[in-house]
Design a protein around this ligand. Structure first.
Ligand SMILES: CC(=O)N[C@H](C=O)[C@@H](O)[C@H](O)[C@H](O)COP(=O)(O)O
Length: 244
């Protein structure tokens, strides 16, 4: 795997271009145009979900990609690249960095996190990995086990971090000073000022998603922030199909 990715991403903004099936922009084509817009705006890299989106994005922009597969398994909370199946699919597609859930929550294949990391490290020794963590201890463990990048992605999203204030600058700061790995600040960065704060806290690079690529959430933030009234919600496409 091309280690030039380190110099391409260091100090840069990585734009997360993701839309799940239940989101209005769910479309690999739209995500590829989001990535193109991000590239034109100066993004250093792209974070993307699913083989289909990643494939389309790779055909559109030539930027390092952090790839994930969000996959739910019944009865388990871990969703981001939770098993060897998703890791293998991402390796086959080819992404610069694979991000995966490195929280202490149980992984669906029954593996403890330590075993899962050891398995992927030995199966794919040249692949770069990013640990999506929610607390300091998870980041430190992932670093010790040889994960290449430590991310704060899941702070606020595990049951034991529900009350975290995002972006979690304290977590970014502690992991940056103690883990010995490049820390990627991710989660809840909404403004350029917060991005600046994340870098000041020691982040090596940072991911911004919703504030750039989720217009539904951006619209809501404007309306809530300004306390203005909301408009009517008629989905014309639904009305048209009803009329047919
Ligand atoms: C928790 C989770 O599933 N996070 C996902 C991780 O890939 C994405 O939905 C986020 O958009 C991404 O982490 C960037 O964060 P934010 O959108 O807050 O800038």
């Amino acid at each position: 795997m091309d280690k030039a990715v380190y110099s391409l991403l260091a100090g840069g903004l990585i734009v997360s271009c993701q839309a799940l099936p239940e989101e209005p922009l769910f479309s690999s084509y739209i995500m590829s145009r989001m990535a193109y817009a991000a590239m034109e705006g100066g993004a250093a890299g792209i974070r993307a979900n699913s083989i289909s989106d990643i494939h389309e994005i790779k055909n559109t922009v030539d930027l390092p990609i952090i790839g994930i597969i969000k996959q739910k398994y019944k009865g388990f909370e871990t969703v981001i690249t939770p098993t060897i199946t998703e890791v293998t699919a991402l390796v086959s597609e080819g992404v610069d960095i694979i991000a995966l859930d490195c929280t202490r929550r149980l992984h669906p294949d029954g593996h403890k996190l330590e075993d899962f990391i050891m398995e992927i490290r030995s199966k794919f020794p040249d692949q770069l990995f990013m640990a999506d963590c929610s607390v300091y201890e998870e980041g430190m463990l992932a670093a010790r086990l040889g994960i290449d990048f430590i991310g704060t992605t899941l702070s606020g999203y595990t049951h034991y971090t529900r009350n975290a204030v995002l972006p979690n600058l304290e977590l970014i700061k502690r992991l940056s000073s103690d883990s010995g790995k490049p820390v990627i600040a991710e989660g809840g960065i909404k403004t350029p000022e917060q991005l600046k704060e994340a870098f000041k806290a020691g982040a090596w690079a940072a991911v911004v998603g919703s504030a750039i690529t989720r217009p539904r959430e951006i619209t809501r933030d404007f309306i809530t922030g300004a306390k203005c009234r909301t408009g009517g919600k008629t989905d014309k496409r639904e009305r048209q199909s009803d009329e047919r």
